[in-house]
Design a protein. Structure first.
Length: 293
């Protein structure tokens, strides 16, 4: 079985740092020039906007250290967006010395106010032991909160926690199934791959090779390397689909070319039984796939 993993935390932080620097639907239009009145009036939203302007270099010189100062002031006044961004800056070491404990603290504050992304990152940090001791049980609580708000990556991570049942979290396959299905409904390709494995093994669901193959295809076509490897494996075994050595070679080679170790190992054994013609046709298909956008 070829199981997928969630996105690394550093990748999520990088993505969210970009999102946090853009306008929110409820952001007020404000003059991005610092003034004493704004600061003295303790207007958390206006101060947050100043921090964002400094971070982006909008209407003023880009200055991460100054952005940190404004975000800190706004966060201390209770602004959840500033609290979230402050967590990102501490986690990344941007404008301030990197400090995972401080990052965890500010993500927690924003999470308690219902910020979905903060709930997700806080849960991930707890699960990975970033800034604190690993606590998968508490992580599941916060991932659930983010998942209930519709965040697909949180739904996937929660499903994975329940599937594996590690680090104090009791294995619960029906719960794993529920959360993976929610993530797949939002086109989460890693969730599709892992849900396919549950159908392949009949875990909390009636065993179905055809449904497993369908889900592996969703993952594979979405660029998931584990999914591509599993599609190749299905074609090689006739699992949920008619055996097709050329298609098996195609999908295993695609994943192998991108460094998927399991696919490389499967391909090494599988291609020994193929003819030169079959390998050539498989290579032609791989070359065509690589031309696709």
């Amino acid at each position: 079985m070829i199981f997928g993993k969630p996105l690394p935390l550093h990748f999520l932080l990088g993505s969210i740092l970009v999102l946090s620097g853009t306008a929110h639907a409820d952001d007020k239009v404000t003059d991005a020039k610092p003034n004493h009145a704004t600061l003295e009036q303790n207007n958390s939203e206006a101060i947050f906007q100043l921090g964002k302007a400094c971070a982006n270099g909008t209407g003023m010189k880009q200055d991460d250290a100054k952005a940190f100062e404004y975000y800190l002031k706004s966060a201390e006044l209770g602004n959840l967006k500033a609290q979230h961004n402050l967590g990102v800056l501490y986690a990344k070491g941007t404008g301030v010395k990197q400090d995972e404990k401080e990052a965890l603290k500010w993500f927690r504050k924003a999470a308690e106010q219902g910020a979905m992304l903060s709930q997700h990152i806080y849960g991930c940090m707890l699960a990975e032991g970033k800034g604190t001791e690993r606590n998968a049980v508490e992580a599941a609580v916060w991932l659930r909160k983010a998942g209930e708000q519709g965040f697909a990556e949180a739904q996937f991570r929660l499903g994975l926690l329940y599937y594996l049942g590690e680090n104090g979290v009791t294995q619960d396959l029906p719960e794993a199934l529920k959360w993976l299905e929610k993530a797949v409904a939002q086109n989460h390709v890693s969730a599709a791959n892992n849900l396919g494995l549950m159908y392949e093994g009949g875990a909390a669901v009636k065993q179905s090779g055809s449904e497993a193959f369908r889900l592996f295809q969703i993952a594979a076509r979405g660029g998931n390397l584990k999914g591509q490897s599993n599609v190749g494996r299905c074609y090689s075994l006739g699992l949920g689909v008619e055996k097709d050595p050329v298609q098996a070679y195609r999908w295993l080679k695609r994943a192998s070319n991108k460094g998927e170790v399991t696919a490389t190992n499967l391909l090494a054994d599988f291609q020994q039984g193929l003819s030169k013609k079959q390998i050539a046709e498989g290579e032609r298909l791989v070359a065509e796939d690589e031309k696709l956008p």
